[in-house]
Structure formats: C-alpha cells, structure tokens
Ligand binder design. Structure first.
Ligand code: MN
Ligand code: MN
Length: 466
C-alpha cells in the first residue's frame, strides 16, 4: 500500500526540522505575497532573486555572442509579464526536459482605458474585471491600485497606491441593507453587474474662481496624478492598472498554520516551483520553470502559455549549446515531462455539498495530483496517462513526499482548466499538480503552510529525478 494512502496529515509526520522549515518558508512566501500582487511585480521580483542564484538574461548572452554549456542558468523575460528559467543539464536536450509550469496572473479588477469620470461630486474609475470573480466579493473592500503607464517618450511609470500604511486606499461601494429590497430579490449573479463595479477615488473639487466650471473633482484627481507621477489623462490609454485587495498577506488560524492572501491562485505554485528551481544545485536533464501570464483568461496573448515564447527561447538556448535543429527541438519537447501546477479546490467543511469526499483534496495532505480537470464529461482536460502517474508515485514514495489524487469538485458541479493541455500539444507527458486552497478567486484565498512546503519538496524531487 502506498504510504500516501495513510489517513494522516503532514503535521503528524513531519520531523521537527521539516516543521521549522515549513514555518520559515511560509514567512518568506507571505512576504512575497504582500509585495507581489501583479504579474509584473512577480516577474520583476523573481528576476532579482534568480540573479542572486546565478541566473543570467538570455538577451544579454545573445548580444554578447556567448555560448552556453551544462550548468549554466538562464532567464527569459517576456514583456515583464511572464518568465522562463532554464538550468542546463549535462545530458543532450533531445533526452527531454523537466518542466514546472504555473501562472502569475490572478483575478482582479482592471481599469478601463478611459477610466476617470465625475459623478454627483465623486471622481470615479470605470473598471473591467479580469478572470472569474464573484463580483459581490469585491465591494466594500480596501483596494490598492497597482499598475504601469507607458508614456509616449518611451518611459514607463510604475504606480502603487494603497499598500503603505500612510497611503489612501480606494474601493467599490455597495447599497445599504435598509435600501436593498430590490437587490435582495435578485439572483446573486444578477445583483452585482460588471458595469457597476466603479471605484471611488476622490471628492475634493479643484480650487477655481469659475463657478460654472465642470468636473472639478475629476480635475483635482488629474492634478494629483500629474504632480505625483507626471501622468496626464491621455496616458491612461497606454496604461495597465489593476485594483487588488490592499494590505499584507496574513497568518491564518489561531495556530498560524495557514496563510490568507490575495492571489494564491497561482502565485502559490509559481513561488514554490521557483524555490525548487533555485534549490537545484545540478541536473542531468535540462530543467525549466515557466511562470506565465493570462491563464485566468484562457492563456491567450503574447505573454500567455499559448504564445510561442517558450518554444522560441528553447530554440535560442539549444543553438547557443550547439544542439539546435528543428528535429532536435521537437524531440526535446516530445521527450519532456511536465508538472502543470495550479491550485485545487480543497475540501471545505462549510460547503461539503460541492465536493465528493473520496476524490477531493484536503489541507495538510500534500501536493495535489489531478489526472484530469475540465468540465462536464472531462471536456477541455489534459488527461494524464497512468504510466506517467505511476512514475510519480514511485518518485514520491522513494522520497517520502506526500501527495493526494483529486479532481475539482463533484461531477457536473462546474469545472476548470489549466495550462496543461497547451504543453501536452508538444506530445509530452503532462499532469496537473498543485496546492489545495479555500475561497479560490475570492479577494482573499487560504492555503496550508505545510502543503506549500511539501510542494517545494515535490517539485524539487521532480526536477532532480523524474
Ligand atoms: Mn489558476
Ligand atoms: Mn484561477
């Protein structure tokens, strides 16, 4: 019988040392989550950390006409929004790569390109939500604004408002219960509409002698933005602003066993995959970690997994190693193995009806392997082969790493997809893996620290040996 079948949680089986490592890594992850709330912030901060471990920019290596050799570590930055890390192994690329993949974008409220307007004495932002949110969860919350403005002169202005304790926050209002007769009679999905998720950003009119002058509250906000960031109203046209829950990620539970954070989906798998990659001292097969954007809206676009970015950069790296040909590239991909990591819906005692107990993931029981995702009759899913799952079972038993096999909720209750099927198109073995969370896609999601640490161990073992 697999060790993993035992009905224990990791809190019972971890040694004192592993428990200590769990809490210290949990604190490192909590700080990362407090700081990195957009895909750009994740990519930027992870590049800084990767450089400390000896990773170098592929573009610089190409420009300097350098070659690459086994042991070299390279990072590829895709538009500051997604990141590919390569640790070149001693064996030929054709033997296949070991690939970890996760996504760094999370559901949120984006500003429209013409966001600012004035209504009834308030300056407001029009928004367009990103990803699958339950809209009612995003009202009456302190929101922070994170974003970039690309100016015509080529400069990029970074903006973060609402994270420092001295910063103001912004937010979306809701109607008071006393006047909610109409709202209460609606279905939840209809009571809150996307077009109504307008953010309040100000209420002081610009000082002016002209009593007939209009939109003075809006003009005052524009003046503040000009003074502080040197941006004009037209600059919103070439900007990306994301409104996200303001404030730090927190320890959760009276025993501090969990972390409450915005954006666990899927920075929790991104950061653990990244950590496993950084812990890799050497490797025989080339190891890759892909941290991609746009998963929450279908993995589309140049920075999403559907982009040719990864394939292009792999070709460049093989060329610099003297191993490139079209056929070798295809063989390298086809012989690869991948863990496509994303969050799983951990069993929630408040909502037992949507889970099927024998095939759900649980907090404290380690990495979640998911043979198939999808909806209805497994539609849209990458269905991992049992032969590949057997290899993983063997690996994890050998290293005493705990995993659980689960699907996402009850049959026909809903479903979801990941980036797994996109990599599987290269003819490689891929399985969904990840970490159980509660409140997926809510402003604050919850995960267990011990599952986070077990994922690091599981990803590291995968990179070393699969
Ligand atoms: Mn996800
Ligand atoms: Mn998601």
């Amino acid at each position: 019988m697999d060790k993993n079948k035992k009905k224990t949680v990791l809190w019972d089986t971890y040694s004192e040392q592993l428990t200590n490592e769990t809490f210290s890594f949990g604190e490192k992850y909590r700080k990362f989550m407090s700081k990195c709330k957009t895909e750009r912030e994740c990519v930027k901060n992870l590049i800084v950390e990767a450089k400390e471990y000896g990773y170098r920019d592929l573009e610089t290596i190409i420009k300097n006409k350098e070659n690459l050799k086994p042991g070299d570590k390279v990072y590829c930055n895709n538009r500051d929004k997604s990141l590919a890390l390569f640790h070149i192994g001693s064996r030929p690329f054709e033997d296949g790569l070991r690939i970890l993949g996760a996504h760094v974008d999370s559901p949120r409220i984006d500003l429209k390109q013409n966001p600012l307007y004035e209504e009834s004495g308030f300056a407001m932002f029009k928004t367009h939500y990103y990803g699958g949110i339950k809209k009612f969860q995003w009202v009456t919350l302190p929101l922070a604004l994170h974003g970039v403005v690309a100016k015509k002169d080529g400069t990029l202005v970074d903006v973060v408002i609402g994270e420092d304790s001295t910063d103001p926050v912004i937010g979306i209002s809701d109607v008071l219960p006393h006047l909610s007769k109409n709202q209460n009679s609606k279905k939840i999905s209809e009571a809150f509409t996307g077009e109504n998720l307008n953010i309040c950003v100000g209420s002081i009119p610009l000082k002016s002698d002209d009593d007939k002058e209009e939109n003075k509250v809006k003009k005052n906000i524009l003046k503040i933005l000009k003074d502080k960031y040197d941006i004009e109203e037209d600059d919103f046209l070439s900007s990306e602003f994301e409104a996200v829950p303001a404030g730090e990620a927190r320890d959760y539970g009276l025993d501090n066993s969990m972390i409450l954070a915005y954006g666990h989906d899927d920075r929790i798998c991104s950061y653990t995959s990244f950590e496993a990659m950084m812990r890799l001292d050497s490797c025989d097969k080339t190891c890759v970690t892909l941290l991609v954007d746009k998963e929450e809206i279908g993995s589309v676009g140049a920075s999403g997994m559907c982009s040719k970015f990864f394939e292009n950069k792999l070709a460049e790296i093989m060329e610099l190693c003297g191993e490139y040909s079209e056929l070798r590239l295809r063989r390298s991909l086809a012989n690869s193995k991948m863990l496509s990591s994303d969050v799983n819906a951990g069993f929630d005692p408040n909502f037992p009806d949507v889970y099927e107990k024998n095939n759900s993931s649980y907090f404290g029981k380690g990495l979640v392997l998911c043979k198939y995702t999808g909806a209805r009759g497994k539609s849209g899913s990458n269905d991992a082969s049992p032969e590949y799952i057997a290899e993983l079972r063997k690996l994890y038993d050998k290293h005493d790493i705990k995993f659980q096999m689960a699907e996402l909720g009850k049959v026909d209750q809903g479903g979801g997809g990941t980036i797994a099927y996109i990599l599987a198109e290269y003819d490689m073995d891929v399985i969904d893996a990840g970490i159980a969370v509660h409140n997926m896609h809510a402003p604050y999601e919850v995960a267990s620290k011990i599952d986070i640490y077990e994922a690091v161990r599981a990803y590291h073992a995968f990179l070393k040996e699969i």
